[in-house]
Design a protein around this ligand. Structure first.
Ligand SMILES: [Zn+2]
Ligand SMILES: [Zn+2]
Ligand SMILES: [Zn+2]
Length: 101
């Protein structure tokens, strides 16, 4: 087992959704981002900003998520690392046939 290169052995990494804040701003669900309701009144939910803080469900507000590579262990087998580094890439460009000429 070696130290997990993805999380540096911590077993967790910064939440990719809220970037560690535990919440993030998103379009206000109350007014749909308009900042006011159908009657033109300032939205009480977002104070007219059209954006509201949303509790991050990805990390449940922790700002951290369990490392998917080591599953929170902080250690991985070398095989796991190699398979990650050698993940198949799809460049999707087959060799072009020689043009008639
Ligand atoms: Zn609103
Ligand atoms: Zn989060
Ligand atoms: Zn890890």
């Amino acid at each position: 087992m070696i130290e997990c290169p993805k999380c540096d052995g911590d077993g967790f990494e910064v939440c990719p959704v809220c970037f560690g804040d535990g919440e993030y701003t998103d379009c206000c669900g109350e007014c749909g981002g308009e900042g006011e309701d159908e009657l033109g009144d300032v939205c009480p939910e977002c104070d007219g900003d059209g954006e509201a803080f949303v509790h991050c469900g990805e990390c449940d507000g922790d700002g951290e998520v369990t490392c998917p590579l080591c599953d929170g262990e902080g250690e991985v087998t070398e095989d796991a690392v190699l398979s990650t580094e050698n993940a198949p890439t799809s460049d999707g460009s087959p060799p072009a046939p020689s043009s008639p000429g």
